[in-house]
Design a protein around this ligand. Structure first.
Ligand SMILES: [Zn+2]
Length: 259
């Protein structure tokens, strides 16, 4: 398809992307863009009953099934829960993924969020975006992909719940109206069946679909919309500054802040 843009959404665990950007990705996929969802881990700690390998296998399948609902590809970077760090080997691994999928737009986790894997992923992806075009930066992959032609456009998703570690709201740079695709977002998250059970036990949250809807409404209320997802563009000076993501989702769906 002409003018198809390659979008990579990369977050820590299976279901984070659906909760924070599932609607936006559904809009982008419907507009004909190429969407890949990457999780850093297979969510291997997300069970009170199954072994790490058992729950990881189940969650990889759930994530792939969710991605398939919008025609997206799914890949796990095979880090492990609570063991994501912004170090040399990890940065090379993430840079290889960016190169392999020829990422032009990257969506990742908020630099400030409630748990360590989310914050480490944010820093790793930010720095891997810088490294991926560098010709002399070797990823040490068995069959390395070529360097990217340029640093991708980089956006941070909202923090989980839209708040920082003190519970204070983190404002987005702009908001995407996801009302028209909210059912799809819900269907995607519902494919993560194992997590409903886990959240009941570990977080004492009865229904994760309701929780996601509450958060999406909260973000929407900040933009004067019913249901929305917020994003902040990373503006470090070598990174692209143009408003590509805003342009790729239909213009009527985007509400800038401060208006
Ligand atoms: Zn997570």
């Amino acid at each position: 398809m002409a003018n198809q843009t390659r979008i990579l959404a990369i977050h820590a665990h299976p279901d984070d992307v659906e909760i924070l950007a599932g609607g936006t990705l559904a809009l982008l996929a419907a507009a004909g863009h190429s969407v890949t969802i990457v999780t850093m881990t297979p969510g291997d700690c997300g069970s009170a009953d199954l072994t790490a390998d058992e729950i990881a296998g189940q969650r990889r399948n759930e994530a792939a099934s969710s991605a398939s609902l919008i025609g997206a590809e799914y890949r796990c970077a095979e880090f492990r829960d609570l063991a994501i760090f912004n170090d040399d080997g990890s940065r090379r691994r993430v840079a290889e993924i960016l190169r392999r999928y020829k990422a032009e737009v990257v969506l990742t986790s908020s630099p400030v969020d409630y748990m360590c894997d989310h914050e480490a992923t944010s820093a790793l992806v930010r720095d891997a975006c810088f490294a991926a075009p560098a010709r002399n930066y070797a990823t040490h992959a068995v069959q390395p992909a070529p360097p990217l032609p340029a640093i991708p456009h980089l956006y941070f998703m909202d923090a989980i719940g839209g708040v920082d570690r003190d519970g204070a709201p983190i404002p987005a740079g702009f908001y995407v109206d996801v009302s028209s695709v909210f059912e799809k977002k819900k269907q995607m998250l519902a494919r993560h069946r194992s997590q409903r059970e886990w959240l009941r036990k570990h977080h004492e949250i009865d229904d994760y679909l309701e929780m996601m809807e509450r958060w999406t409404r909260e973000i929407g209320s900040r933009a004067g919309l019913e249901l929305a997802e917020g994003f902040r563009q990373y503006k470090g000076h070598p990174y692209p500054q143009s408003t590509l993501l805003e342009e790729l989702v239909s213009s009527g769906s985007v509400v800038p802040t401060g208006v």
